[in-house]
Design a protein around this ligand. Structure first.
Ligand code: ZN
Ligand code: ZN
Length: 161
């Protein structure tokens, strides 16, 4: 029989159990288990609520629990910082939005809808112009349109040769 992980002795005739952490043998007496505890320990295969750990593993468990608490604190802190950052961004965004909304009244008066429509109409009329390299863009009126026509004809004749 393997020696007890606690006292290091392989005494017989004592109630023993296996450590749920390292699987080592433990004397019930060595970990302070009473006779009534012994019964519970014997039935623990049926219940996950009961765990027996040797003193060595118990230290590790305590350290693990401490580590778990530390990590939980870190996670909570990060979460709080993250939520604060989101809240700040939200506030900044709302401020900018409100600023830009209130600045709408500051748009210069000369840029009224008529000016915009004129500009659009001008662009639309010029969109139909043929733009040829070295040929000045046409102005308005019938005579300049004829000039354009002559210019294009001349260029096409040159290309045909
Ligand atoms: Zn022992
Ligand atoms: Zn153990």
């Amino acid at each position: 029989m393997n020696p007890c992980v606690h006292c290091g002795e392989a005494k017989t005739g004592l109630s023993t159990t296996k450590c749920d952490g390292c699987g080592g043998v433990i004397h019930h007496a060595c970990v302070g288990l009473s006779e009534s505890d012994t019964v519970k320990v014997k039935t623990r295969a049926k219940s996950r609520a009961i765990k027996v750990v040797c003193p060595k593993c118990n230290i590790n468990l305590t350290q693990c629990a401490g580590l778990k608490d530390l990590m939980q604190t870190m996670i909570d802190t990060l979460k709080t910082e993250f939520l604060n950052a989101i809240e700040q961004l939200k506030t900044q965004f709302e401020q900018k939005l409100n600023e830009s909304l209130s600045n709408k009244s500051n748009i210069p008066d000369d840029l009224d809808s008529e000016t915009i429509i004129d500009e659009l109409a001008d662009r639309q009329s010029r969109a139909g112009n043929i733009i040829i390299y070295n040929l000045p863009e046409s102005g308005n009126g019938a005579s300049s349109q004829n000039d354009d026509l002559d210019g294009v004809k001349t260029i096409l004749q040159i290309l045909d040769r």
